[in-house]
Design a protein around this ligand. Sequence first.
Ligand code: WTA
Length: 654
Amino acid sequence: MSAMSDSRITSVSTEARVFPPPAAFAASARIGSREAYDAVYARSIQEPEAFWAEQAQSFHWFTPHERVLEWQAPHAKWFVGGTTNLAYNCLDRHLAGPRADATAIVFEGEPGDVVRYTYRELHAEVCRLANALTQLGVVAGDRVGIYMGMVPEAAMAMLACARLGAVHTVIFGGFAAEAIRDRLNDAGAKVVLTQDAAWRRGGQVPLKAQVDRALADVPSVEHVVVLQRMAEAPALGERDYDWRTLVAAQSAEHEAPALDAEHPLFILYTSGTTGKPKGVLHSTGGYMVGTALTTRHVFELRDDDVYWCTADVGWITGHSYVVYGPLCNGATVMMYEGAPNHPAPDRFWELIAKHKISILYTAPTAIRAFIKWGDEHPQRHDLSSLRLLGTVGEPINPEAWMWYREVIGGERCPIVDTWWQTETGGIMMTPLPGSIPAKPGSCCLPFFGVSPKILRDNGEEAEPNEGGLLVIDKPWPSMLRTIWGDDERFRATYFSRFEGKYFTGDGARRDADGYFWVMGRVDDVVNVAGHRLGTAEVESVLVAHEAVAEAAVVGRPDELKGQALVGFVTLKGGVTATEELRAALIDKVSADIGKFARPDAVIWADALPKTRSGKIMRRLLARLAAGETELGDVTTLEDAAVLASLRDREGEDE
Ligand code: WTA
């Protein structure tokens, strides 16, 4: 483990401090007082249909809905009978108004190249790309894979699909060939949009090469469109098209079709408790209303803002809060391609000063890295353009929150700690910056229409400050609709733990003021640097190695990444445990899933601790990996000697 001594990262504050909304902020906010929030929230829960019908009015619908909600747990339909088009709402709707020639996207590449698109220009690009996809035979309902870096064309790709009603599945650029293959096959993708390579820390990350490797085994894919990002033109195969050539030949006019409110919008794969990633399916109308409304209120967005969410488009945060939510609001969105520490650890602060960024939304893991790199980096730059800060992806420790507030926010910017998930589509719990006093480390209160509860195992509601399981007991517009191709898994994963209620997989408590404190996952999902990983996914890669008999992967606390992966591996008889083998196993995880999923340590085990019924005792292994000596109840452990052998071997990795 890294030997980091900065107490601002590691120590746990017991002080429950409260930070009221800054007066200047509250004065101009849409919801400017706690009373105002309470009133709107109460109405959203007591009269959800009337509330959401009103919210839906600020969007363009080709035909209005007939019913707001049809709820037959676990299946929800929102804005039933309504037709709309999300890309139309993100683009065309702004062309008649004052935002037409405002900047929609300002992009800075890692080498420093800057490109801007106004809404009018972005609209034209998306129309051309939609026409190009049509030429390639893409029709509404077809699935399109997108495997790209953080370039404006990635957003265009998503918008072009949404415009046609083609279902996109964006695959994070950090995933390797096998993970890409599995996702494209599960989705049955017809076309893949990619780029030659992306800049990262001064090097080129090859993307097209990974796609080529993946496609050796994906029969459904007919065409690949390749964006040239690097100086040299990429080699194109038979099914490949050069993006710019293809798009330049198209008309910039394209009429957005009216799509049913429940038309599938995208599939985004996320990790669960089994080895197979889940294709979370979101649909058009509810997702649009949910993401746009949260963006407007949580970030208190104004026309003069320059808004920067640092998430990659490959994750849900990039979908909802880089692309759809902000563009639906006519915002000016910053996109940055590369690493936060290239060429130097002050790159983010340089970008903020240069582009006059006013809203910054990033992850606690990034904030902890900035703390480690030193205050001198932000202090060298003029950060006075910032007026609001946000975090997402994992619990933020109060010390990191305080640092963010003081060093980045100059003590004047409210901080919104937003809790939500791939499955929820949009932000579910957060302080509203003009009305809800924030407590460092708490995601505070539910957003409008969201009904979170903390339950005991038996389904009773927990007392204040009693830890329990976080559930949402009412449907909300941007909720997932199903797991692609596996509705039974959808029901079993989310709606069977407590019949008819959505189970989040998180543990949490609610304090005496009604504030929520999310503690982390209670399932076999690990949050590594804000990336959600299923331990079973990594285990299945390890056991696929010829030397491995059995493997168990757990998370252990990590000061920078939140959690890090540790693999316990039992080798087949006759195989010798060597450093080379250890490195080979870690490399295999990089090659099959991606570098970000690499275990920090591999611990050799003569056998894995199991219950008498043969289940691997992962919780025990997690405590061992965390270096705890008090291992709790081990009476169900099949063979106590196994434990002794593990303890002895653990030291080898430290
Ligand atoms: C965790 C990311 C505490 C949580 C948007 C959740 C958080 C998982 C927070 C979803 C937060 C996200 N405080 N924990 N503010 N935000 N999480 O699907 O465990 O990548 O279940 O969505 O991240 O991760 P996902």
